[in-house]
Design a protein around this ligand. Structure first.
Ligand SMILES: NC(=O)c1ccc[n+]([C@@H]2O[C@H](COP(=O)([O-])OP(=O)(O)OC[C@H]3O[C@@H](n4cnc5c(N)ncnc54)[C@H](O)[C@@H]3O)[C@@H](O)[C@H]2O)c1
Length: 415
């Protein structure tokens, strides 16, 4: 079987960690049970470009249980868990192409390796498979799914320009995805990544969050929980107002640059922290990114401003600026929660990947009706995942009475 991973001997450790994650993914577990019986993806080829983590391994198992053939590569050069890649190859017999720390050339070689399958369905996290398929134009799958905000933005741009050649389900936009994964998942794991990389005390420090979207809200919330003084930088007036009323200091990134101890970007945008900001920063400032691509902190300017650079700890690069100040960049500006920690906890990926699995099934059943557009996850799938998740947590909720249902659908009754 074709594959390219770091070390097959890591498989035993990976298998145990995959089992641990699986124990915390009850909704996906229920889907696996049904998929094993019904085989809804029988004979289908799926190419997945996702972070190669323990949770992804459980998703791949679910797709295989449904009868699909799955090839997997990494959606970021620093997010692969090498022991998981080994277990995928050895135990699950999945052609996996992913090595933590791979260079750009290898990253794209791995993408091409999974596309050699000529998949019926693509599963992306950042739209790299879709992008390469459209550039090469050798074949177009029946449909695809997209895991993250940045990927959905890229795909909507393609739809707008009329160049998207097959339908995509925007898994990111399911409420059971972004409300939990982006917020609680990114929140906890980003703070986890910063702590694992630096072992710094967050209590009392000025912690700057750039971008108060779903990821930013989660990071700010968890940093405050660690007793950091959180500052938010935004460009959207509503999100800035929301941050203010959530009790954070809001100011332009330029002002925050002078006082911040830790900076985290979660915008999905480019060059959010750049030359003019590096020059204002205190010596010792720590920079991390949790947005999808490594462009939010403009690293070329940091390189140019620096007279010395060294790796002082794993995932921590010390830049000494010409003005003598030291700035610390974590995880080469790549998703810090995946580079220095383990990514999102399984409990939230349970819902994100339930959406992935059910969206793949939906594409299989409905691809003939779909246009070459970006579609939302159908509402019944989204609601059902929420219901199953609550059930798995032993939480019961109320249901509408007949009178309430009637009241909510009528307009005559007033004061
Ligand atoms: N680290 C992870 O595991 C993880 C998980 C989910 C999403 N993501 C990625 O994180 C990024 C953010 O995702 P999201 O769902 O929070 O998006 P979002 O659209 O909800 O939020 C982005 C926020 O950034 C703000 N923003 C844009 N440009 C800015 C600028 N120059 N300065 C300050 N604020 C700016 C926007 O106004 C918005 O409020 C995306 O790239 C997404 O793909 C990462």
């Amino acid at each position: 079987m074709n594959h390219d991973i770091k070390d097959i001997n890591l498989a035993k450790k990976g298998a145990l960690r995959i089992e641990w994650a699986g124990n915390n993914m009850p909704v996906l577990g229920l889907i696996v049970k049904r998929f094993s019986k019904e085989k809804p993806l029988k004979g289908l080829k799926i190419a997945a470009c996702l972070h190669v983590t323990t949770e992804t391994a459980n998703l791949v198992s679910a797709l295989k249980a449904a009868g699909a053939e799955v090839y997997l590569c990494a959606s970021n050069p620093l997010s692969t868990q090498d022991d998981v890649a080994a277990a995928l190859v050895k135990d699950l017999k999945v052609p996996c192409f992913a090595i933590k720390g791979e260079d750009n050339k290898t990253y794209y070689k791995h993408i091409k390796a999974v596309l050699a399958l000529e998949p019926d369905i693509t599963m992306d996290d950042g739209a790299d498979l879709v992008s390469v398929i459209h550039k090469e134009r050798k074949f177009f799958p029946l449909g695809g799914t997209e895991e993250t905000t940045t990927g959905v933005i890229r795909l909507r741009a393609m739809q707008k320009e009329g160049v998207l050649k097959y339908p995509i389900i925007a898994v990111n936009d399911a409420q059971t995805k972004y409300l939990f994964d982006n917020r609680y998942g990114t929140g906890q794991s980003t703070v986890d990544g910063i702590i694992r990389a630096t072992n710094k005390l967050l209590a009392g420090c000025n912690f700057v969050v750039c971008g108060y979207g779903y990821c930013g809200k989660g990071v700010a919330m968890r940093a405050r929980g660690m007793a950091a003084k959180v500052i938010v930088a935004e460009i959207d007036p509503l999100h800035a107002l929301e941050a203010t009323m959530d009790g954070y200091d809001v100011m332009p990134i330029k002002d925050a640059s002078r006082i911040g101890d830790v900076f985290v970007t979660t915008t999905g945008n480019t060059s959010v922290i750049r030359r003019e900001h590096f020059l204002l920063m205190k010596s010792g400032a720590i920079l991390a990114n949790a947005g999808h691509f490594n462009v939010e902190i403009y690293i070329p300017a940091l390189e140019k401003l620096s007279r010395k650079k060294k790796r002082i700890r794993e995932f921590v690069d010390e830049y000494v600026l010409a003005n003598g100040r030291k700035i610390y960049l974590l995880g080469e500006g790549r998703l810090i929660n995946l580079a220095a920690a383990e990514g999102h906890p399984a409990q939230v990926m349970d819902m994100s990947f339930a959406n992935q699995a059910l969206s793949a099934e939906y594409i299989t059943k409905h691809h003939k009706e779909l246009k070459n557009h970006v579609y939302a996850v159908p509402e019944d799938i989204d609601k059902n995942i929420a219901r199953l998740k609550l059930k798995s947590m032993g939480i019961r909720i109320d249901t509408l009475t007949a009178e309430q249902r009637k009241y909510l659908s009528s307009w005559e009754l007033g004061t």
